[in-house]
Design a protein around this ligand. Structure first.
Ligand code: 5RP
Length: 223
């Protein structure tokens, strides 16, 4: 059974006529976009804000109308995937490198929905390396300060050179021994000069759609 397809498609059911929709990035939201494309063909009127060039391309191919922030007041609903989801619905995101735009969109959304297959659900965050988006200038110093917070750091590479985000930044993938207080680490990382943002999304997800042990869709609401 393709769990990504099931949860990704389910998320599309939360989108209603007239909404401005934040469009996440990744292989789960891919299925949300396909479903939204079908709904649009059937007459649903929505406007999407994409979180990456990859999503922008796909949305345009599927005929989903797009807008930018200067044309809207707010986002009604944003839908995205995640790399890890804790039992209190905090997230690690950015495995696909789109964390910065994803966080801007999630923050601007009235309702932020995460679609995550069961493998993403964890008791505590931290097995998945935490992506941190950094300015290329001074990346060595920025990495050193991240290490001082307890993280080991690895500059993300693609084809033998540093991976560049859609925003022209690098990603440093970080492993932390202790991630019991993600709300503290999220803020501490962002105080380091050179850090643009990090993949901890604390207290942001309103709804997490996943699959339970009986292979049924589970909808978790933030308490
Ligand atoms: C991209 C992300 C994705 O949401 C996350 O990596 C999950 O991706 P996938 O749905 O492909 O497993 O944060 O920056």
């Amino acid at each position: 059974m393709n769990e990504k397809k099931q949860v990704g498609e389910k998320a599309a059911d939360f989108v209603k006529d007239g909404m401005v929709v934040g469009l996440g990035t990744g292989s789960t939201v891919y299925y949300t976009l396909l479903k939204l494309g079908t709904f649009v063909q059937q007459g649903l009127s929505i406007r999407g804000i994409p979180s990456s060039i990859q999503t922008e391309k796909l949305a345009l191919e599927l005929g989903i109308p797009l807008v930018s922030f200067d044309e809207i007041e707010q986002i009604d609903v944003a839908i995205d995937g995640a790399d890890e989801v804790s039992s209190d619905l905090n997230l690690i995101k950015g495995g696909g490198g789109a964390l910065l735009r994803e966080k801007i969109i999630a923050k601007a959304a009235k309702t932020f929905i995460v679609a995550a297959d069961s493998k993403k659900m964890v008791n505590q965050l931290g097995s998945f390396p935490l992506p941190v988006e950094v300015l290329p200038f001074g990346v060595e110093m920025t990495s050193k300060y991240i290490q001082e917070l307890g993280g080991s750091t690895k500059l993300r590479q693609k084809d033998g050179i540093p991976y560049l985000t859609d925003n022209g930044h690098y990603i440093v993938d970080c492993s932390f021994q202790d991630l019991t207080h993600p709300e503290v680490l999220e803020k501490d990382l962002n105080l380091i000069p050179g850090v643009i943002d990090n993949g901890l999304f604390v207290g942001m997800a309103d709804i997490v759609i996943t699959m339970n042990a009986n292979q049924q869709i589970d909808i978790n609401l933030r308490k």
